[in-house]
Design a protein around this ligand. Structure first.
Ligand SMILES: Nc1nc2c(c(=O)[nH]1)N[C@H]1C(S)=C(S)[C@@H](COP(=O)(O)OP(=O)(O)OC[C@H]3O[C@@H](n4cnc5c(=O)[nH]c(N)nc54)[C@H](O)[C@@H]3O)O[C@H]1N2
Ligand SMILES: Nc1nc2c(c(=O)[nH]1)N[C@H]1C(S)=C(S)[C@@H](COP(=O)(O)OP(=O)(O)OC[C@H]3O[C@@H](n4cnc5c(=O)[nH]c(N)nc54)[C@H](O)[C@@H]3O)O[C@H]1N2
Ligand code: SF4
Ligand SMILES: [Mo]
Length: 580
């Protein structure tokens, strides 16, 4: 019998399990999905998709599109083909095209538009990135949401934290900040100072977890000296934190089971790795690792404990500052680089010079509009797949639910190309089975990845000597000039990056005297964009907010890399604003 079970394919912490019943998507009642979905999946069938392939604006059949694609790949040097894959669909079979392009000899990408800086910081400190899963967060007494907006980006954590003490460290008075026991409305890009000061006061107050430090963090004394480089009074004034806040955080966390739940907000900067590592160091000072209900959660590696059946060894270029110009044919899959990569004006310039741009996706957007060849994909309901998550240990099989004549699946496209260029590819079912074999059934009926620890670091860290490696220096941040604002660009509840309902406003504190709807030009050293104002008293006066997915937001951002982790730095640039 056909299974009605599947899972949401989107790039989201929660990776909800679904049942497709009477043509409706329903949430799985068991496990982390907890019987509810978010607006994206509740309205999934309302979003208009691309139905027909086209070449240079003219509709063609899928057979013609595949032939065209084959022609576009017949270049003199195969490495002049670039395969640029984003995270529009997070399921594991998306990678089957990497297998084709790598074996073909094309260039693939590395680097990160997302969590790479934070991940690098975690690995430097702990020797690996093993995440604290939802099932452990549920056991904590206290949750610190540090640059994470759970109501928007990870709502399935909310039922688990109901009666807990909540601390929020965020420049925006988000919903969770409004409900919290303590909200520290910190100035953007200053978390490293707060984290350094917290570790320093843990020491001064004699609250160090001595037993833990002795075993797993014996360099703490040196780190303490580093924290003394922060001038207390001047720094606190500048970053919008009081000594009282620090006292409160310590009072609420010492001797408790504490989960520090971090998001990408803290690390969209060049020194993003150091910020993450300083937060880890605070957790170390109180011994929050390796214990039930304690730890630091971030975006884990969704493939942790698994290996890949695909061969994807290839020449790679960064997906942050990709030099599209250097390629003959650019194949873009599950991504909208014209909107979502930093420094959009640079990206547009580079892509405009290219003849052969192929877009393989579901929806029309800036990138499909510029592409020569557009190939519609199948939705997750029309293909077989399997997925994991970067926040929990679930492994969900996504059974095909609908037969449709629209689009082509990633496997079928790869199979066509592999045959055309004489590259070996196994049957789809073999790959799916390979992934399924990493799963084990739990008593609640859900599957999980077998080889993941629920409580990592119980026997120390994964560094050479099992000890935490502390930061040895940090960069001093420049404050914004009088006429500049900090730009933050977090996720919107209405869109999934540039999919679904995209935002179009600049959000600013009412004290600046702009009227709602007024047009404003926002500019940075990289470019400018004109947006309508929305006044928002949840913001700090020194900060403006433009959501991810807002057309033009990345005209303002820089395509520099983070110092560590090869990651984009969407909040590095300061911006100026002027009436249009
Ligand atoms: N609805 C929805 N859900 C999504 C997505 C989406 O687009 N829409 N995108 C998905 C993806 S790709 C990802 S990576 C995740 C990310 O999800 P989150 O990790 O939650 O990331 P953001 O929304 O970017 O930022 C989280 C919070 O960080 C705050 N912040 C910004 N700058 C700073 C800072 O300097 N310091 C501190 N302390 N806080 C700061 C923001 O105000 C925001 O409240 O969400 C996923 N889920
Ligand atoms: N200013 C700013 N920029 C950001 C961010 C930010 O917070 N602020 N966030 C960054 C982050 S964290 C991320 S992860 C990136 C995300 O950036 P992208 O990976 O480019 O994500 P999307 O904008 O969601 O575009 C995904 C595309 O995938 C296609 N798609 C969906 N499902 C499928 C499928 O099954 N098959 C195929 N072939 N295509 C499919 C859709 O057509 C959609 O257009 O953006 C980054 N850019
Ligand atoms: S919360 Fe995340 S995983 Fe769940 S339905 Fe929404 S986008 Fe999908
Ligand atoms: Mo992301």
């Amino acid at each position: 019998m056909k299974s009605s079970l599947t899972a949401c394919p989107l790039d989201c912490y929660d990776a909800c399990g679904l049942v497709y019943d009477e043509k409706k998507l329903k949430p799985l009642k068991i496990g982390h999905t907890n019987g509810f979905l978010c607006p994206h999946l509740n309205h999934y069938d309302k979003f208009e998709r691309i139905e027909k392939p086209r070449f240079q604006g003219k509709e063609i059949t899928m057979e013609e599109a595949l032939l065209k694609l084959k022609e576009l790949l017949a270049v003199e040097f195969k490495s002049d083909v670039l395969h640029y894959r984003g995270s529009g669909n997070f399921a594991l079979m998306q990678e089957v095209t990497d297998h084709f392009f790598a074996n073909f000899g094309a260039t693939l990408t590395d680097g990160s538009l997302c969590d790479g800086a934070g991940e690098a910081g975690i690995i430097e400190g702990r020797g690996s990135n093993k995440n604290m899963p939802l099932s452990e967060i549920e056991k904590s007494d206290v949750i610190i949401f540090w640059g994470r907006n759970p109501h928007t980006t990870s709502s399935h954590i909310l039922p688990l934290i109901k009666d807990k003490t909540i601390i929020v460290i965020d420049p925006v008075k988000t919903k969770i900040a409004q409900m919290a026991d303590l909200h520290v409305q910190i100035k953007p890009h200053t978390d490293i100072y707060l984290a350094l000061l917290l570790a320093r006061f843990v020491y001064i107050n004699d609250s160090l977890n001595e037993a833990f430090i002795e075993k797993y963090a014996s360099e703490f004394e040196e780190y303490y000296e580093l924290t003394q480089g922060v001038r207390i009074k001047a720094t606190l004034e500048d970053i919008g934190v009081t000594l009282g806040d620090i006292g409160d955080i310590l009072h609420m966390t010492i001797d408790k089971k504490v989960a520090i739940v971090c998001g990408v907000g803290i690390q969209k900067y060049r020194d993003g790795a150091d910020v993450m590592r300083s937060i880890d160091a605070f957790a170390v000072s109180l011994g929050f690792f390796g214990k039930e209900g304690c730890g630091v959660a971030y975006l884990g590696n969704s493939k942790e404990g698994m290996s890949s059946p695909f061969e994807t060894k290839a020449k790679r270029v960064s997906k942050v500052n990709t030099d599209f110009d250097a390629f003959e044919t650019v194949f873009i899959q599950g991504a909208n680089p014209l909107a979502q990569m930093p420094d959009s004006l640079r990206v547009k310039n580079a892509l405009q010079k290219k003849q052969n741009i192929v877009y393989f996706g579901l929806y029309e957007n800036e990138t499909s509009a510029m592409a020569d060849l557009v190939i519609p994909a199948k939705t997750f309901l029309e293909k077989n797949d399997i997925r994991t998550s970067y926040a929990h240990n679930g492994l969900m099989v996504m059974h095909k639910q609908i037969e449709s004549t629209i689009g082509i699946s990633e496997y079928d496209l790869a199979a066509y190309l592999c045959q055309a260029f004489d590259i070996e590819l196994k049957a789809e079912e073999e790959y799916l089975q390979y992934f399924k074999n990493f799963g084990v059934k739990k008593i609640n009926g859900c599957f999980e990845v077998e080889n993941r620890e629920a409580v990592p670091y119980q026997n120390g860290f994964d560094t050479a000597d099992g000890e935490f490696v502390f930061l040895e220096e940090f960069e001093t941040q420049q404050s914004e000039a009088e006429d500049e604002f900090n730009l933050i660009t977090p996720k919107s509840s209405r869109s999934l990056n540039s999919q679904f309902h995209r935002e179009k406003h600049l959000y600013i504190h009412p004290s600046h005297g702009y009227k709602d709807g007024e047009e404003i030009e926002i500019s940075s050293q990289n470019g400018s964009v004109v947006l309508e104002v929305k006044n928002d008293n949840r913001l700090r006066e020194d900060t403006v907010l433009i959501y991810s997915g807002t057309p033009g937001v990345n005209n303002l951002t820089s395509s520099k890399h983070s110092y560590e982790g090869k990651c984009a730095v969407f909040q590095e640039n300061k911006v100026k604003i002027a009436k249009k």
